[in-house]
Design a protein. Structure first.
Length: 338
């Protein structure tokens, strides 16, 4: 029987990718399970949903890319040059009304889903092909739509629409997030949560990457019943149209209201952004998340500049991310106390 400590990540997008990239270096000593959102409906993923009626594959692709084993390709020091990672993330920038904007990894997963008859089986087979260092699970096997209700009474459906609000002078606050329809959680995902030693929420957008997982039927109860240490990697920056003006404490309280429990520990960045990055974020009406958290926390230097956005990618990406190695070593220091 394995004596490895079990770490479960709950999130999606580049935030989960960052965490998994760092944790992969410890795959010999920890058991990694990534539970990923099924709420994404934008970009390449959204177009594939329209054409094939499949579950969103973007977050799955990101997790596969992060956990693909370096042993079969190159040592971890060359991770940025890893050809398999680059291939999964490759985005076509030619082929109007066709391939343009699609990720090769998304197409790979849709093809496997068609061949094998289910997204869950496709993820298992892709993980086997890529010699993944861990397990990747969709939070549910059924499709649903993310719905946000705002302080002015307006309602917006769709993760992509919530993630990219209109550029108005005043953007109302999200007061409620839900899914329609409410769908059951994937059984294996619930099992992973209840048996975990540590559950990591984020990093990632609060309302479009993390909380959507908590709205799936059964997830909140599984988190409540789990004896795992719960950890939240706090956002580096606020997000226009979602977390405007929200401090770390605000983020934590909002997360807790959907998770049913407060995180035991919060990991907070204490490194300052460069002036040029601050100006670039200010132009988007986004700012460093103010640290006013008084609970148990680890404050460390987590800031890393994000890779240049790929050609053909129509979605606006973050300019900074968490440092994968620092985030992972901080998480490992917490699990050793569990």
């Amino acid at each position: 029987m394995s004596t490895k400590k079990k770490i479960v990540t709950i999130g999606g997008g580049t935030g989960t990718y960052t965490a998994l990239t760092g944790l992969k270096a410890y795959a010999d000593t920890i058991d990694i399970t990534a539970i990923v959102s099924i709420a994404d409906n934008g970009g390449s993923t959204g177009r594939l949903i329209d054409h094939f009626g499949k579950l969103p594959v973007g977050d799955v692709r990101m997790a596969l890319s992060a956990l693909a084993s370096h042993n079969a390709y190159r040592p971890p020091a060359d991770a940025e040059q890893n050809i398999i990672r680059e291939l999964l993330q490759y985005r076509f920038d030619k082929g109007e009304d066709g391939l343009r904007g699609h990720n090769l990894g998304n197409l790979f997963l849709v093809a496997l889903s068609d061949m094998l008859g289910s997204e869950a089986k496709a993820i298992e087979k892709a993980s086997e092909i890529l010699n993944v260092c861990g397990t990747i699970l969709p939070v549910s096997e059924e499709k649903t739509t993310l719905v946000a209700t705002y302080s002015d009474g307006s309602v917006v459906s769709g993760e992509a629409e919530i993630d990219c609000p209109s550029e108005s002078a005043h953007c109302p606050r999200i007061v409620k997030l839900s899914v329609d329809p409410v769908v059951p959680a994937y059984g294996k995902a619930l099992d992973a949560i209840t048996s975990a030693d540590l559950i990591l929420f984020g990093p990632g957008d609060l309302y479009t990457s993390i909380i959507p997982n908590l709205l799936i039927d059964g997830v909140k109860d599984a988190i409540a019943s789990s004896s795992a240490r719960s950890v939240y990697a706090a956002n580096l920056m606020t997000k226009y149209g979602q977390t405007d003006g929200m401090s770390v404490a605000h983020h934590v309280n909002e997360l807790a209201s959907y998770a049913g429990r407060h995180p035991d520990t919060v990991i907070i960045n204490c490194e300052k952004c460069s002036d040029d990055l601050l100006k670039a974020y200010e132009a988007k009406r986004e700012y460093p998340t103010i640290d006013d958290y008084s609970g148990e926390a680890i404050r460390t230097h987590l800031l890393a500049k994000a890779p240049q956005q790929k050609n053909g990618d129509a979605i606006q990406r973050s300019l900074v991310r968490h440092k994968p190695d620092t985030l992972a070593s901080t998480i490992l220091s917490l699990i050793s106390k569990h």
